[in-house]
Design a protein around this ligand. Structure first.
Ligand code: C2E
Ligand code: MG
Ligand code: MG
Ligand code: MG
Length: 283
């Protein structure tokens, strides 16, 4: 009985694996096609704010709308792109569009997510400088978001590339901060300009004391090292208030703005700020 059960489970598992592999294969093929055609991929921009709701810039986020399957989440297709060797082409397309935006909006920060494979490519450095020259974007307005993992590898090309970027005034941000395990050590070793505290820490802010203590400690530590702090995934007024009181520099999240298309982001840049909700009057 138990044996038969185990065997059934194994069969089911195999079938499931096959389906997954099949699916991955399909996604990979479809993504390859999307990159070749260049009409399914786009870039959204999620505005970044000061704690008093002024628009500082935006983070570029890759979007893929498949003609048959509809929108596919980057959480699904970025890993596929990475393992299939497609991330450099995809990343370059995002970078191009992000820097075009940056060229039109001096003094707004445009942040772009960079995959390890891009950073490891020795040609990446010159490509970034080429695109800056082509779009007229100022290096000081560009922020490259990397994850701790890439620093952990401690590769020469990567270290050199990051050094060259910073020398040119390009900012480096550590994305999803707090989810890796080497955070503090690497902050000291590699100079970065910003940490982006992961949404998982922000969601409990104001609800439980431990989260508040952790976030406060991160902010204090970063500031002591001359590093700015962005809070990711801010969804409530309460979280915004707590973060403002802690001295957090930049706010990103659905509360103030979700990722939006480039035209809408440009309109918000022109507008300059969003309004606080009206306080309800007592009758
Ligand atoms: P990320 O860089 O940490 O980007 C923030 C993610 O959080 C975005 O998800 C954004 O839509 C989402 N988000 C923002 N505010 C809120 C909020 O208030 N609540 C919640 N629940 N979520 C919020 P998205 O666009 O699905 O992207 C997921 C991840 O995919 C990104 O996380 C990034 O790691 C990766 N990614 C996206 N575009 C690119 C790209 O062009 N290149 C690379 N290498 N990775 C990318
Ligand atoms: Mg990011
Ligand atoms: Mg992030
Ligand atoms: Mg995140």
């Amino acid at each position: 009985e138990a044996k038969a059960n185990g065997r059934n489970r194994a069969v089911v598992f195999h079938e499931h694996m096959n389906e997954l592999l099949q699916l991955r294969h399909t996604v990979e093929g479809e993504l390859r096609e999307a990159l070749r055609r260049d009409d399914q991929l786009s870039v959204s921009f999620q505005p970044l704010f000061t704690p008093d709701r002024k628009v500082m810039g935006a983070e570029a986020l890759a979007r893929w709308t498949h003609p048959k399957y509809g929108p596919i989440s980057p959480a699904q297709f970025i890993p596929v792109a990475e393992s299939a060797g497609l991330i450099e082409a995809l990343g370059d397309a995002v970078l191009r569009r992000a820097l075009e935006m940056g060229g039109h909006w001096p003094e707004r920060t445009i942040a772009v997510n960079i995959s390890p494979a891009q950073l490891r490519n020795p040609k990446f450095q010159s490509r970034v400088f080429e695109l800056l020259a082509l779009t007229g974007m100022r290096p000081g307005d560009l922020e490259l978001e990397i994850t701790e993992g890439i620093l952990l590898e401690d590769e020469m090309v990567t270290t050199e590339t990051l050094r060259a970027f910073r020398a040119a005034g390009i900012k480096i941000a550590l994305d999803d901060f707090g989810t890796g395990y080497s955070s503090l050590n690497y902050l000291k070793r590699y100079a970065v300009d910003r940490i982006k505290i992961d949404r998982s820490f922000i969601s409990q802010l104001g609800e439980d004391q431990t989260s508040s203590a952790i976030v406060q400690a991160m902010v204090t530590l970063a500031h002591a090292m001359g590093i700015e702090v962005t809070a990711e995934g801010v969804e409530t007024e309460k979280q915004l208030t707590v973060l403002r009181d802690m001295g957090c520099n930049t706010i990103q999240g659905y509360l103030l703005a979700p990722p939006i298309d480039p035209d809408k982001a440009a309109a918000l840049f022109a507008q300059g700020a969003v309004r606080a909700p009206q306080r309800r009057r007592r009758a």
